[in-house]
Design a protein around this ligand. Structure first.
Ligand code: GLA
Length: 433
């Protein structure tokens, strides 16, 4: 009898382990690099030797991740998107990489990436085919999960092309369970919300949170400011149902950062970075790291902005309001001082009328910042000009900012404790003025 109870206990425990997302990954929004936005499905290595989806490209980018300081700043995943595999599975149903482009196989490539201190990610699809027409996972979940675990994959983006948008949820859940059973913790990036939203189906976020570490909510990003604006608008229009579901272990994903490519000006690059950071988005670069200009690289490696994105509370921020065509976005972060959070606040310009545009905002009414009897105001740090001294703004005071056309300004507002007659009682963060 005792033995039976023990067995039952083990079975229930095992079931619990495999039926929920217990991989312990993505406690902070994942950071790294991936192929899709910049390199798409370029497969002709004769014509485009530096751009085709290949072992050489991944090795080159992995090297640059280290030598250019991206790994040190926290970008640690190197992920291959679509177009890596052969067009057919082998007789046993196993999927192999294209041998011309990946001559030493994926395990070799994963080993190379790992030897640099980076993690290795790959792409598949829950349906019969990937979006670019390569073989999908349908009917091969066990085999592919085993293959990926053997290759020592750390991240898998599972797309949702060639699958039924309603039924795919069951399949994603099943695949998650199968992957958990391999014993290898693999970050699970899902795409089912994006496909459901396309068909006006509201995704079941509770299941999503239990199943996936991150998920694409909506449309693909393209290399333009208008694409960034469209995605930004989707996130503000739908924030009441999307924002609460993001948090440590499970993140909303507005798609890759396109900084360093062709489509964004410097100002627009600041805009995407600021909004994505407020959204607690995964920071996945998709550019050619060899050609990123120094000024864009400086944005991508801005430690203070990265620290906001990676804030341990993991609370996704929200759109607050628009004042004269400047959007205000706000995210609570640490430190918390006398029950009042620090906030990262972005002023995102939708203006194109030439000169930098100044707005003056009231801390409480316009920004919705909290004040209490212990807080006398805020110290405001410029996140794009980190060498500037912070300015102090009184609780009932106003803050002025001038935003360049189509750009963004981004600040950290840190509460300042009121002095008492016994002297300064600053917070441990040293924010007493
Ligand atoms: C879909 C995804 C993209 C990319 C492509 C690859 O469109 O949303 O992010 O993975 O497929 O074909």
């Amino acid at each position: 009898m005792k033995g039976h109870i023990l067995l039952l206990g083990i079975a229930v425990f095992a079931l619990g382990v495999v039926s929920a997302l217990e991989n312990g990954l993505a406690r902070k929004p994942p950071m790294g690099w991936m192929t899709w936005q910049r390199f798409r499905c370029i497969t002709d290595c004769n014509k485009y030797p530096d751009e085709c989806i290949s072992e050489a490209l991944i090795k080159r980018m992995a090297d640059l991740m280290v030598s250019e300081g991206y790994l040190d700043a926290g970008y640690d995943y190197v992920n291959i998107d679509d177009c890596w595999s052969m067009m057919e599975r082998d007789a046993d149903g196993v999927l192999w990489p294209n041998p011309e482009r990946f001559p030493n196989g994926m395990k070799h490539l994963a080993d190379y990436v790992h030897s640099k201190g980076l993690k290795f990610g790959i792409y598949q699809d829950i349906g019969t085919n990937t979006c670019a027409g390569y073989p999908g996972m349908r009917d091969f979940y066990e085999i592919d999960a085993k293959t990926f675990a053997e290759w020592e994959v750390d991240f898998i983006k599972v797309d949702g092309c060639y699958a039924d948008a309603v039924k795919m949820v069951e399949d994603y859940v099943l695949l998650g369970e199968i992957m958990n059973k391999t014993g290898r913790p693999i970050l699970y990036s899902c795409s089912w919300p994006a496909y459901q939203e396309e068909e006006d189906i509201i995704p079941d976020y509770e299941t999503l949170k239990k199943t996936c570490n991150m998920w694409r909510n909506w449309d693909d990003i393209e290399d333009s400011h208008s694409s960034v604006e469209r995605i930004t608008k989707y996130f503000s229009d739908n924030q009441y149902r999307i924002q609460p579901h993001s948090g440590p272990g499970h993140w909303n994903d507005p798609d890759t950062l396109i900084l360093g490519n062709y489509g964004l000006s410097y100002e627009q690059s600041k805009s995407q970075l600021a909004v994505w950071t407020v959204l607690a988005a995964p920071l996945l670069l998709s550019n050619d790291l060899a050609t990123v200009t120094p000024e864009i690289k400086e944005l991508l490696l801005n430690r203070e902005i990265i620290a906001v994105d990676q804030d341990p509370m993991g609370i996704q921020g929200r759109y607050v309001q628009t004042i004269r065509n400047i959007e205000i976005w706000k995210r609570p972060i640490l430190p918390k001082v006398k029950e009042v959070y620090t906030h990262a606040i972005a002023f995102v310009s939708r203006r194109a009328d030439g000169a930098p545009y100044a707005i003056e905002v009231n801390l409480v009414e316009d920004l919705g910042l909290r004040i209490n009897s212990s807080i006398k105001g805020y110290k405001v740090y410029d996140l794009f000009q980190t060498d500037r001294k912070p300015v102090f703004v009184r609780a009932n005071g106003t803050f002025e900012t001038r935003v360049n056309p189509t750009g963004a300004n981004f600040y950290r507002f840190v509460p300042v404790v009121r002095n008492t007659r016994y002297g300064k009682h600053g917070s441990s963060a040293g924010n007493s003025v």
